[in-house]
Design a protein around this ligand. Sequence first.
Ligand code: NOJ
Ligand code: CA
Length: 530
Amino acid sequence: MTAPWYKTAVVYEVDVESFQDSNGDGIGDFPGLSSRLGYLAELGVTCVWLNPFYPSPNHDNGYDVADFCGVDERYGTLAQFDAFVTCAHDAGVRVVIDMPFNHVSVFHPWFEAARRDPASPYRDYFVWRADKPDDSAEQGAFGELQGGVWAYDTVADAYYYHSFYPFQADLNVANPAVVEEFKATLRFWLARGVDGFRMDAVPFLVHQEGVEQPYALLRELYAAITAVRPDAIQMGEVNVAPEELARYFGTGDQMEMLLNFHLNAHVYLALARERAEPIERALRDVPHPPPGGQWGVFLRNHDALTLSPLSEDERREVHATFAPAENMLVYGGEVRRRLAPLLGDEARVRLAHSLLLTLPGTPVLYAGDEIGMGDDLRLRERDSVRTPMQWTAGEGAGFTTAPKLRRVRPIVDTGRFAHARVNVERQEAEPNSLLAFVRRALRARRELPEVGTHSCDVLPSPHPGVLAVRYASDARAVYVLHNLTGSEVSVKAAWAVGAREVFADGEYEAVGAVGVSLRPYGFRWFEGAS
Ligand code: NOJ
Ligand code: CA
């Protein structure tokens, strides 16, 4: 039986507005993105996840949607979206789009109608209270910056619920009409050829007062999607305690993929401590996905790095190592840095990529991390990690021809990560660049589908700083070693005798009697008998 496509995919998260501008207005767009499909295919990407591109006042990077079935004119037209999907498919790249169903912008026509007229059918699309409920115990997703979860609307003279910012009014999923709108939206985009949806803020979406069976909604959405396209997926943003995760997978009839936030936070703890134990623990903590279920493995994304799966003390350790300055944090302890500046030296960045590609699941890369882009801590909140893609050393970084003041966000142009130093063009010309390394690693990973399709056995650690895992199919076994420490180590492993190395951080002597050696932050992937 061949594995479903998403189990052997390489996903690349990209925000249209900061990737490639085609018409010089300073804003990335669909024709620009289409023109970069060759780059993505060459990199080894087989699926893009697009951040929201719908009409939006854009107060939360498009996660404040004003029309679920359109394209914001800043990014192009629906026809240009369609052309992008066609080109992507021709290039062997699938398209997954972000779906923030938990809320809409307060400028969405549904909310406009709801606030004006208590008798409107849209009134009940939202969650209202005549008097302000006590929300002192409920902080909301953005902590203090958010200002509670109930906002007073002067037009409605009532309070509405918002899990996120006050300009994002939560939709009332207890109202069947709202669920019908969701389904119609999914069908609209499936008809345009998309291969799936990255479902935003799923725990917030399903858990709502008055809803007795929260996960039934996920089954309903699954049914609506698979009725049209049996192979289209939902990839859920589900950052909850490990014991709750299975409820989001269901029995293979809810969400196909869940982004593994628990593992993500523990990867940083392991890197900070230079110890394998936190990763081993995280792999034990999370449930086995049901048949058809899959983890999405990631290092960074467009948000701040949330360390909520860690204890207070563990979080402090990660902060001390990777985010020592106050302005690197936001929302009470999330890290608003990109991968490369966060980890510091390039050996660790490569090690992290190797982990990304060999921990159980489907890797989800964040655009720009493959060249080690930096961040801009002068920008507000999470904008620090959303600066434009750095294609060249030229003015506008090959992203745009627009002058500075018209660019969607500033291009990083000073310091170690300035576009003059860190850019695609330069790294394409350099055989040992990070980009060249990531391309090679993705190619090697494609030859090891077991990582995405078979269960992961954590092998007894031969050294506290070395993570050893195995994926065994009937035909063979894949073994992967990572040295999380800054020192050279050598470990003994019975399986290594006769195993063939398929990828590593550099050249190594063949496995000998002394064992398998690993350079500081080194890693080696092997295939052997199962
Ligand atoms: C999660 C998204 O990843 C984040 O960027 C957004 O702000 C919130 N959901 C609200 O939609
Ligand atoms: Ca543009």
